[in-house]
Design a protein around this ligand. Structure first.
Ligand code: PTJ
Length: 252
């Protein structure tokens, strides 16, 4: 990977690019993943490349929802594996939730490489290599699911996802938590909770929220969910973009 000096003003963004490019070279990220990262970067720029209050509130509520879940599951694709593999393993550990590899541009080789890498970081019981169920209403590889993982889950975390699986999972009666930098995407609109943030910030935030909320009684966790309104959060995310653009505009 290219050595990026920490002093570079675009350090975090450049490191993320290197990770995605490295994932492609090592064969676990799809070439389309490069394009997805570019699209994400553009939205991150509009958001000010920071966790805004709407994303912090969504992440805290998502942590409460995952902690209250009976069978939570965490989905991993090629971009997620490139950007936050260790963090996803840590999130799976603190929640005692399985990781399931689920790819849009599925090849068995990529699934195997991602599962192996997650195990290398200490993940227990990675699923996705032997799917034995199918999400109804999808006619692409993302329909593949595993019993005991995403298929039976009551709450599913789907970072960097496409809208139709999000919708299909919601139709199955699941609560779906999205991480997506685009507040206007179908995924963000369809999800039960939409964390409009870069995954490199959102997953560490989720881990610290789970740690912080772990001492809170169940009733109070439920209250966090009751007070949450995802439409309001999406509107707030768009207002945060507008405010950031207005600030930039004044500086020009
Ligand atoms: O590994 P595969 O085969 O499953 O493919 C994974 C990708 C990501 C290529 C595939 O799911 C895809 O094509 O995704 P999209 O539709 O290009 O991107 C999904 C959403 O993720 C878009 O709304 C992007 O803005 C958003 N996004 C991209 N990078 C990030 C992001 N959101 C959060 N953090 C990012 N780093």
């Amino acid at each position: 990977m290219t050595e990026i000096p920490r002093s570079h003003p675009r350090y975090a963004s450049l490191v993320a690019r290197e990770r995605i490019a490295d994932g492609v070279k090592r064969g676990f990220t799809s070439t389309q993943g490069l394009i997805a990262q570019g699209r994400g970067e553009a939205f991150d720029y509009l958001l000010g490349e920071k966790t805004n209050p709407s994303a912090a509130a969504a992440a805290r509520t998502a942590a409460a929802m995952l902690m209250l879940a009976e069978r939570p599951a965490l989905s991993v694709n090629g971009n997620v594996a490139a950007l936050v593999p260790q963090e996803m393993v840590e999130l799976s550990r603190v929640l005692d939730a399985p990781l399931e590899v689920n790819l849009f541009h599925r090849t068995e080789e990529r699934v195997g490489k991602i599962a192996e890498m997650l195990r290398g970081y200490g993940a227990q019981g990675v699923l996705g290599e032997r799917p034995n169920a199918s999400v109804p209403g999808l006619d692409h590889a993302r329909a593949k699911a595993t019993r005991g993982g995403i298929y039976d889950a009551d709450v599913v975390l789907i970072p960097l996802e496409d809208g139709d699986r999000c919708e299909a999972l919601v139709k199955m009666g699941k609560k779906v938590i999205a991480i997506d930098l685009n507040p206007l995407s179908r995924t963000s609109r369809m999800a039960t909770i939409s964390i409009v943030d870069n995954i490199v910030r959102a997953v560490p935030n989720l881990i610290s929220d789970v740690m912080r909320l772990s001492k809170m009684p169940g009733e109070e966790l439920k209250k966090i969910l009751e007070d949450y309104d995802n439409n309001k959060i999406l509107h707030q995310a768009i207002e945060e973009i507008q405010a950031h653009l207005a600030e930039q505009f004044r500086e020009i």
